[in-house]
Design a binder for this molecule. Structure first.
Ligand code: AKG
Ligand code: FE2
Length: 252
């Protein structure tokens, strides 16, 4: 498996067919980041007197200004990884066959249950027959967790099999939300369809656009679950994907 970290690149125009404007990502080698000086240091405690008046406390010898401390940026926070060949064509077919025989339901989004998300989904149950798939994605998530610096505990959501037929889509959203979805940290989507079998259905990121390679069958696109993304309407054929979320205690 080959991994590539992506960053925002130059505007590009697709050469053939429809002239869709899109951003291209360029390969990024992880460059060391420079610490940002802490302009105001938060206190380490608050005390409240008998009258209920609170005062902030800093450790002896320190104060809010001129702390001479550096905050260390995390270069992965706004990055997307693309992994080629996570599933073979035969494995993609196995997952499609599995997904298609599971109970199918309409994918819904809280923002507008009718139109925001129009697709069919099925949940792939966490059971021994599917261990190979959970295991494979688990390895990928654990490696990525180390690179992103996120604590990751496992899957809270079952793996999601997704189908988008003509004019179906999923509008702009984040994968993090209330309740159980607040545990999500990294999102991953694997392309199960042959790119020749459909048009449209691009996985698109705010400020980064879409990447042609994300259409490669068996490839995975992995990104922080707080990054806004969408799947544009499918204009021909059917697009199928396998979606997974790596979870853990929020924001660690
Ligand atoms: O189908 C995809 O590639 C992504 C779907 C998605 O964003 C989601 O289910 O949250
Ligand atoms: Fe999503």
């Amino acid at each position: 498996m080959q991994a590539l970290v992506l960053r925002r690149g130059t505007h590009g125009r697709r050469q053939s067919g429809k002239t869709r404007q899109r951003l291209r990502y360029a390969a990024m080698t992880t460059t060391p980041t420079v610490g940002a000086p802490l302009l105001y240091r938060f206190p380490t405690g608050v005390s409240v007197d008998a009258a209920g008046v609170g005062s902030l406390q800093w450790p002896p010898g320190t104060g809010p200004f001129n702390a001479a401390l550096q905050a260390q940026p995390n270069p992965m926070v706004a990055s997307i990884q693309w992994h080629a060949g996570v599933l073979t064509a035969a494995e993609c077919e196995t997952v499609v066959a599995l997904g298609r025989q599971l109970p199918s339901m309409a994918g819904r989004a809280e923002l507008d249950p009718e139109n925001y998300r129009v697709s069919q989904i099925a949940w792939i149950p966490p059971e021994p027959a599917n261990h190979w798939l959970y295991h494979k994605l688990g390895v990928l998530f654990l490696q990525a967790a180390g690179q992103f610096g996120y604590e990751m505990e496992g899957f809270v959501d079952a793996l999601q099999f997704t189908e988008y037929g003509p004019s179906q889509h999923f509008d702009w959203h984040m994968d993090i939300g209330r309740d159980q979805t607040s545990l999500r940290k990294l999102s991953l989507t694997i392309q199960l369809s042959d790119p020749q079998d459909y048009d449209g259905g691009m996985l698109d990121f705010v400020g980064l656009g879409s990447r042609e390679e994300s259409r490669q069958r068996g490839s995975a696109t992995l990104f922080p679950s707080y990054m806004a993304h969408r799947v544009t309407p499918v204009t021909r054929g059917v697009r199928r994907s396998l979606v997974a979320w790596g979870s853990g205690r929020p924001f660690r």
